[in-house]
Design a protein around this ligand. Sequence first.
Ligand code: PEP
Length: 249
Amino acid sequence: MARNYFIAGNWKMHKTRAEAAALAKELVAALKDGGHKYLVAPSFTALETVAALVKGTNILLGAQNCAVEEEGAHTGEVSALQLKDLDVQTVILGHSERRHLYKEDDELVNRKVHIALKHGLDVILCVGELLEEREAGKAEAVCRRQTVEGLKGVSAADLSRVTIAYEPVWAIGTGKTATPEDADAVHAYIRGVVGELYGQAAAENLVIQYGGSVKPENAAALMAKENIDGALVGGASLKAATFVPIAKF
Ligand code: PEP
């Protein structure tokens, strides 16, 4: 398997600029000899600060969301163009907190995917089922729908700029992790769905991260699975002491 591991930290609505800078400096030093692909996604307010610190290093800069429109009267929104202007390279879209707390549906997420790709941003597209959907046997159907709808209209060429993050919602921020076997099974399923859409080779090259209470203690077992190509890390990404061991699993 030639896929490169991709470990990303989603800092969510945490950290002042000074705190973000302190963590970014620690990560730049600790990961400079790390062997994988890395990204940090600070709040919008800390992007410029962190951009200056990760520039020229092996850590990419991500944003946690972007507006669905390019510009205009959209109070409180931040556009893909404005993110590019801050040297952001990648945007996380469809995170479960955006889908469930802020009611973003598949159609909106898909429109954001297009606007991000159009403006030269790579995308981490998050998919994943709620606990009740898993218990009702619908985990695969939900992941299929979110993958198919999220990627609707994305060209095969642009798919190479998309990473999928499988994040079972019941595992996010709860301390509950999917077992490596359960996670791998869903990753394989999602890869199959992408294969149906884009063909076997594109599916084989697709990086699929796992997210949901990834910690230093469980990272290696998850990453050992055939279809798990990295991690999208929330809580444990807020401190170098927990993110660095995951990043260097
Ligand atoms: C996330 O927010 O994407 C996430 C996986 O969070 P946590 O690691 O805290 O479960």
